[in-house]
Design a protein around this ligand. Structure first.
Ligand code: BT5
Length: 331
C-alpha cells in the first residue's frame, strides 16, 4: 500500500460516502454526475480505493457496490468522524519511522493547523528524552499539527489539554475510567494505555507550530510489546474486552483538539486545569520523582498553571517540578 494524502473534498472519500449511503449498487453515471467528473475518472478512483483494500463490486449494468472496508486509519475512514468544517490535510502511511518526525517536515513546508499524520505502524516511534515507543499494528499512532497564534510561554497549556482530551475521549469511546499520570500518560487501571509527545517550533517567543504526537494501545496484542514494557502497559481492547473503533476514536480526538485549543488560550484554561485535577492519578498520592539523577519522594498536591507538579516533601517543604525532563512513579 502506498502512502495517501487526502485533501478536503477528496473525491474517493465522496465516492465512499455515496456507496455507503446507497441502497444497493450505484451506477458509474450517477457517481460521475454527483462528483462532476468523467466516468473514466470515477473508474480511476474506484481502482485506487480497491488498491487501498476496499472491496468494491462492479456489477455490469448496475454499477458499484461496497462489500467491505479495510480496518485501516485511512483518511476516508476518519473523515466521517471529523467535524464537517474540519480544516487540515490528512496523511496516512502503512508505516513510518515516526509520525512526529513526518509531521514536523510537513509543518515546516506549511501544513495547516489540524493536519494529521497517521501510520499503522512506526519503526522509530519515540517518547520523551530519546526513549522509544513501541508501535505494532492495531494501535493508533498519529500526530496533529496545531498553529495557535500564541506566545511560547502559553504553549505548555497544550500539554494539559492533550491529557484531558485523551482521557475524556477514551472514557467516552470505551466507558473505561482513564486517568492522567503526570506529566502526560493516560492510564487504565494503573497501566499505561497512551503516551503523548509534544514538540514545538517557535521564532522569537512566538509559536510557529506545535506537534502533538499521540500513541494509543487500542487493539494491539499485548504480546507484541517487549516484556519490560508489557509489565506496565495495557491496551484498550484488553481492558474493554472488545475491539475499539479506532477510526472513530481518532476522529473524535482530532476534532476536539481543533475545536478546543482556542479555549485554553482564552478564558477556559482554569476549567481544563480543573478537569486535569479531577482525572489525575497522582494528586493526593505518594510519588517518587527523579530529576537530574536525584530522587524526591513526597505527596503530589497540585498542578501549576505552567504544567509543573507541586510536591509536599517530608517535613512540609514544597517543591515544584517542571515537566519534560523528569520521571515519576506512584509509590
Ligand atoms: C511517551 O513518552 O509516553 C510519549 C509517547 C508518544 C508516542 C507517539 S506515537 C505517535 C507519535 N510519533 C512518535 O514518534 N511519538 C508519538 P515517555 O513518557 O518518554 O514514555 C516512553 C516509555 O513508555 C518507554 O520508555 C517505555 O517504557 C514505555 N512504552 C513504550 N512503548 C509503549 C507502549 N506502546 N505502551 C505503553 N508503554 C510504552
Amino acid at each position: 500500500l502506498k502512502s495517501i494524502k487526502l485533501l478536503r473534498n477528496n473525491k474517493s472519500a465522496t465516492i465512499l460516502k455515496i456507496l455507503r449511503t446507497a441502497n444497493g449498487a450505484v451506477s458509474g453515471t450517477k457517481i460521475s454526475s454527483e462528483l462532476g467528473v468523467s466516468r473514466a475518472a470515477v473508474w480511476k478512483y474506484i481502482k485506487e480505493l480497491r488498491t487501498a483494500g476496499y472491496d468494491i463490486a462492479g456489477v455490469s449494468h448496475q454499477g458499484y457496490r461496497l462489500i467491505s472496508a479495510p480496518d485501516l486509519l485511512l483518511p476516508a475512514e476518519i473523515t466521517p468522524y471529523l467535524p464537517l468544517d474540519y480544516q487540515g490535510d490528512i496523511f496516512w502511511s502503512p508505516t513510518l519511522a515516526s509520525t512526529n518526525t513526518r509531521a514536523k517536515e510537513l509543518a515546516n513546508k506549511g501544513a495547516p493547523t489540524g493536519s494529521l499524520v497517521i501510520a499503522e505502524t512506526q519503526t522509530g516511534g519515540h517518547g520523551r528524552r530519546g526513549r522509544s515507543w513501541q508501535s505494532p499494528t492495531g494501535g493508533i499512532w498519529f500526530s496533529i499539527v496545531l498553529r495557535p497564534n500564541v506566545a511560547l510561554i502559553a504553549a505548555a497549556r497544550v500539554s494539559i489539554l492533550a491529557a484531558v482530551i485523551l482521557a475524556e475521549a477514551i472514557n467516552a469511546e470505551t466507558g473505561l475510567e482513564a486517568t492522567i499520570k503526570w506529566p502526560n500518560d493516560v492510564l487504565i487501571a494503573g497501566k499505561k494505555v497512551c503516551g503523548i509527545l509534544i514538540e514545538l517550533s517557535a521564532q522569537l517567543e512566538e509559536v510557529d507550530y506545535i506537534i502533538v504526537g499521540i500513541g494509543i494501545n487500542a487493539n494491539i496484542k499485548i504480546e507484541e510489546l517487549s516484556p519490560d514494557v508489557r509489565a506496565t502497559a495495557t491496551t484498550l481492547a484488553a481492558e474493554a474486552s472488545a475491539e475499539i473503533n479506532r477510526q472513530r476514536l481518532l476522529g473524535e480526538i482530532a476534532g476536539r483538539f481543533v475545536n478546543e485549543s482556542p479555549l485554553i488560550f482564552g478564558d477556559h484554561y482554569q476549567d481544563y486545569l480543573n478537569c486535569w485535577r479531577r482525572l489525575s492519578a497522582v494528586l493526593g498520592h505518594r510519588v517518587t520523582i527523579e530529576d537530574g539523577g536525584r530522587c524526591f519522594t513526597g505527596k503530589a498536591i497540585d498542578i501549576m498553571e505552567s504544567g509543573a507538579l507541586k510536591i509536599e516533601l517530608p517535613g512540609g517543604t514544597e517543591r515544584v517540578f517542571a515537566s519534560g525532563d523528569v520521571s515519576l512513579r506512584i509509590t
